[in-house]
Ligand binder design. Structure first.
Ligand code: SF4
Length: 416
């Protein structure tokens, strides 16, 4: 066993939902019970084959995120099987699972007392609840299955069962949303006092029912008329600004562009993504990002991971074809070996999403070179523009102005 095991995140994908929402382009679908049962069997095999004792000799699983889709739409029996599979990971690791953050995504309208008991029993200790809006008309337009009262019911049920780390997802720039309804959503959620709130703006994706209506809005906008379906740009900007202002008032601090938490409740799993830590994805379409030597069965190269920096990272996905997955195809799809430049780019544009910024020392440790040797030009340029600042403790971070135009700044750190 290596002396110090590296942290590893595990993502488990449950691609099933009660009904497809009108804006959703995630890998999710409706399915009947038999299909879901079969999927769980494949998932168990995937976990068994992927999370091996060998892997766990080198890594310590510090987070598990069960996402979807809607994991809470599984039946009690299916959830129980998922719970056993989860337990098997920690048994192989021979450590107490209680040190790890284990999150499950839940949607209002899909939880009951028995399910919540099972989740607790199997060590889920963080919940991410997809509310999106406290306004029932907005929820209906989004195609969500729940009303605000269903969310409150779920939230209180989880609290009664002792869940003390809950995230609530809310969205802005929704169809027919006004500054006032968004404000009401933020205040209603903050008053419930969850530990974490994620606040994203709606992005209209192609091949969703929303896309066509959005295109009609676009035509209105370009002919100088106000859009009909989505809020105009000025309202969107006000909603964006309201988010931080209101959530600060309720004791949440912004630690990532779209994420707010009470002190000590930042999402460890998601911070892993932004900090470029390794993770393994299990389930349909799930993505992995891990040292190439670990996943290369034929590789004879030794890995420099013991020195604290393996620079041969690979990203790959599981198949997105459900039928293939159900025949236990756990192969690597869309494989990409990330060279040093790609890793540096990701280090910068993901790391700068964090409000505390990127560490100059961490860059040097990971890449064996000085950040200013590689990025002196964009750092100086964005500092001059007041979009980046070098904090005295060896940190480079976005300024408030930089956060507002973060995508523009991120582009400056791409090599091509
Ligand atoms: S519940 Fe989430 S994953 Fe499922 S369809 Fe709606 S947005 Fe997509």
């Amino acid at each position: 066993m290596t002396e110090k095991r590296h942290p590893l995140g595990i993502y488990i994908h449950i691609p099933f939902c009660i009904k497809k929402c009108a804006y959703c382009d995630f890998l999710s679908m409706q399915a009947d019970k038999q299909v879901i049962d079969k999927y769980i069997v494949s998932l168990e095999k995937d976990i068994d084959k992927t999370v091996t004792a060998d892997l766990l000799n080198q890594y310590e699983v510090n987070t598990v995120f069960i996402g979807g889709g809607t994991p809470s739409s599984l039946s009690e029996k299916q959830l129980q099987r998922l719970g056993y599979a989860l337990q098997s990971i920690f048994q192989k690791m021979k450590v107490d699972r209680h040190g790890a953050e284990i999150t499950m995504e839940c949607n209002p309208g899909t939880l009951n007392n028995d399910k919540v008991k099972i989740m607790k029993e199997y060590g889920i200790n963080r919940i991410s609840l997809g509310l999106q809006s406290a306004d029932n008309r907005e929820l209906e337009l989004l195609g969500r299955i729940h009303k605000y009262s269903d969310f409150v019911y779920c939230y209180e049920l989880l609290r009664r069962h002792g869940f003390d780390n809950i995230n609530v997802d809310v969205m802005s720039a929704l169809p027919m949303q006004t500054i006032e309804t968004y404000e009401k959503t933020l205040i209603s959620v903050a008053q419930l006092n969850p530990e974490h709130i994620s606040a994203y703006s709606l992005i209209v994706e192609e091949d969703t029912p929303f896309f066509e209506r959005y295109s009609q809005d676009d035509m209105l906008r370009s002919s100088g008329k106000p859009p009909f379906f989505l809020p105009d740009e000025e309202s969107e900007r006000i909603m964006y600004e309201q988010t931080e202002e209101i959530l600060n008032r309720y004791g949440y601090h912004r630690y990532e562009i779209s994420n707010y938490a009470k002190k000590g409740y930042e999402s460890v799993h998601n911070i892993g993504y932004w900090r470029g830590r390794e993770y393994i994805g299990i389930g349909l379409g799930a993505s992995s990002y891990i040292c190439r030597h670990i996943v290369d069965v034929d590789n004879n190269n030794s890995c420099s991971i013991d020195s604290g920096r393996c620079t041969t990272v690979r990203r790959f996905n599981r198949t997105r074809d459900l039928n293939k997955y159900l025949t236990n195809d756990f192969g690597e799809y869309e494989t990409e070996n990330l060279d040093i430049n790609m890793q540096m780019e990701e280090f910068m544009f993901l790391g700068l999403r964090m409000i505390e910024g990127v560490s100059i020392n961490e860059f040097a440790d990971r890449f064996g070179t000085d950040i200013y040797k590689i990025y002196s030009e964009p750092i100086a340029r964005f500092e001059r523009l007041g979009l980046l600042e070098s904090a005295s403790e060896g940190i480079i971070r976005l300024t408030k102005k930089g956060i507002d135009v973060s995508n523009y700044v991120f582009e400056g750190f791409l090599f091509s």
